[in-house]
Ligand binder design. Structure first.
Ligand SMILES: O=C[C@H](O)COP(=O)(O)O
Length: 231
C-alpha cells in the first residue's frame, strides 16, 4: 500500500497528522511556495514530536539556481530527517544535473527526492520524465510530481494518465520510488494506487482554512480510510 504523506507547516499540526494516520510527516513552509523551505527550528520540533514513530521529510525549496547555500542546507538536514525533497524549478537540464549532484554529494543518510512539476509547461520548467533522467545522472532515491502553482488544478487535471504511467514505469525501471502530490483529494487516491505510486501527498485537502490553514485530524483520517479500503 502506498504511504500517506501529509505536509505540515508547524509543529502544532503534527499530532493531527499522526493521529489521522499519516505515514510521512512532510515539513515545508507553504507561504514560500510549493516546496517552501521551512525554518530549521520548525524541522527540529517536528522531528522531536514525531520521535521516530513515523518518517519525516523536508522540502528545501523550488530551486531556480545552483546557489552555494544548497550544500549547507542538505548537510544540516542529513541524517536527522528521512527524506529531503528538492523542487526543480529549472529550464536547463545541465543545471538540474549540477544541482542534483550538489545535493546528493552532501547527503549520506537521508533519501533524496527530486521533485518536478505537473504544470511545468506553464513555467517552461523541465518536465517530470526528464527529471527522472536527471535523477539517473545525479543519483537520487526517489522522484515526485507536485504542482508549482497552488491555485486549484491538480496533477491529475494537468497531466494525462499515459504520461503519469510512463513516469511511474520509467522511475521503477531505474530503481526509484515514486510520489505524487499537487492539489490531490480523496477521489484521486484510487488512480494514484492503480498507477503504482509509492507515496501520495496532501496539504490543501487536509487543511481547515486552505493551504495556509491548519491540518485537521478528521480530514487526514478520511484519506487514511480511503487508502485502507483499497488495500
Ligand atoms: O508534498 C505535498 C504537498 O504539500 C501537497 O500540497 P497540496 O495538496 O496543497 O497541493
Amino acid at each position: 500500500m502506498p504511504k500517506l504523506l501529509i505536509s505540515v507547516r508547524s509543529s502544532s499540526e503534527v499530532l493531527n497528522a499522526l493521529e489521522g494516520g499519516a505515514d510521512i510527516i512532510d515539513v515545508k513552509d507553504p507561504a514560500k511556495g510549493s516546496l517552501g523551505l521551512p525554518r530549521i527550528s520548525v524541522v527540529r520540533e517536528v522531528v522531536r514530536i514525531v520521535n521516530g514513530l513515523k518518517e519525516v521529510s523536508v522540502a528545501i525549496g523550488d530551486v531556480r539556481s545552483n546557489a552555494a547555500e544548497l550544500g549547507y542546507v542538505v548537510t544540516a538536514l542529513d541524517s536527522f530527517v528521512n527524506y529531503v525533497k528538492i523542487g526543480f524549478a529549472l529550464k536547463s537540464v545541465e543545471e538540474a544535473i549540477a544541482i542534483g549532484r550538489e545535493v546528493v554529494e552532501n547527503v549520506r543518510k537521508s533519501k533524496i527526492v527530486f521533485v518536478s512539476y505537473a504544470d511545468y509547461h506553464k513555467h517552461s520548467f523541465i518536465d517530470p520524465i526528464t527529471v527522472i533522467d536527471v535523477a539517473i545522472k545525479a543519483g537520487a532515491q526517489g522522484v515526485m510530481i507536485d504542482t508549482f502553482g497552488k491555485e486549484g488544478l491538480s496533477s491529475f487535471d494537468i497531466l494525462p494518465r499515459h504520461y503519469l504511467q510512463e513516469f511511474v514505469n520509467k522511475a521503477k525501471k531505474n530503481g526509484f520510488f515514486t510520489a505524487i502530490a499537487g492539489g490531490l483529494n480523496k477521489h484521486h487516491i484510487k488512480d494514484a494506487v492503480t498507477l503504482g505510486f509509492d507515496v501520495i501527498g496532501f496539504r490543501s485537502a487536509v487543511c481547515v482554512g486552505g493551504r495556509n490553514g491548519s491540518v485537521s485530524k478528521q480530514l487526514v483520517a478520511e484519506l487514511r480510510n480511503v487508502l485502507n479500503a483499497l488495500a
